[in-house]
Design a protein around this ligand. Structure first.
Ligand code: AMP
Length: 215
């Protein structure tokens, strides 16, 4: 199966993608993660993307589509892909169709995580992750069980994304509304969109996604 998780920043796409990876052995293809890795490594793509990402704007369609193509090539033949944070524009949606077709894959389902934008700002500005294993936490909703120690790997270092501040988050939301939400009708017309309430408990959201994939 190849699926897209679609929703504004902070909707829980990354968390839900990780759960699908654990349960189904699919591969999470997050263009945001790929770009952050490129920034960290100081590659030409990273150098180009950094300022754009810090401002909460969108990196060029060519760059992200090339990243996705390369990652898909590295997948096992029967391994499914979860697109997380891609496509984000109509041009990227078109590229994805071509990229999948060229590799004999089809897009099976688009899960739209339906969320309340104001609640998202609180969700995003409080989030942090373990620097070693990437497990996600939140200042208000999910602190590590032992303060300063990661529940999953025992690590002691945590990090926050530089673009998780309120001003940048508002720009990222505006980008989503203006450029990403309009691609939904493309997939709606194909009858492959499932809308899932993304504001519930994480386990309930996961169950709703599983039901959508099974149906
Ligand atoms: P994310 O981790 O998905 O929230 O992405 C973080 C930032 O990376 C975004 O605010 C954009 O600047 C950039 N980015 C990630 N994915 C894309 C994409 N598909 N198209 C353009 N820019 C992207």
């Amino acid at each position: 199966m190849n699926i897209i998780l679609l929703g504004p920043p902070g909707a829980g796409k990354g968390t839900q993608a990780q759960r699908l990876v654990e349960r189904h052995g699919m591969k999470q293809l997050s263009t945001g993660d790929m770009l952050r890795a490129a920034v960290k490594a100081g590659t030409p793509v990273g150098l180009q993307a950094k300022a754009v990402m810090d401002a909460g704007e969108l990196v060029s369609d060519e760059i992200v589509s090339a990243l996705i193509g390369d990652e898909l090539d590295a997948l096992g033949e029967g391994q499914g892909a979860i697109f997380d944070g891609y496509p984000r524009t109509a041009a990227q949606a078109e590229s994805l169709d071509a990229i999948l077709k060229g590799r004999g894959r089809t897009l099976d389902r688009v899960i739209e995580l339906d969320v309340d934008e104001d609640a998202l700002v609180a969700r995003i500005t409080g989030r942090f992750t373990c620097a070693s294993c990437g497990k996600g936490y939140h200042d208000t909703f999910e602190q590590p069980k032992v303060a300063g120690t990661c529940d999953k790997c025992g690590g002691h270092e945590f990090k926050r994304r530089p673009d998780d501040n309120e001003a940048t988050v508002r720009t990222r939301m505006a980008e989503y509304r203006a450029k990403t939400a309009p691609i939904l009708p493309i997939y709606d017309a194909r009858g492959i969109v499932s809308r899932v309430d993304g504001m519930g408990e994480m386990d309930d959201v996961t169950a709703a996604i599983e039901a959508a994939l099974a149906g």
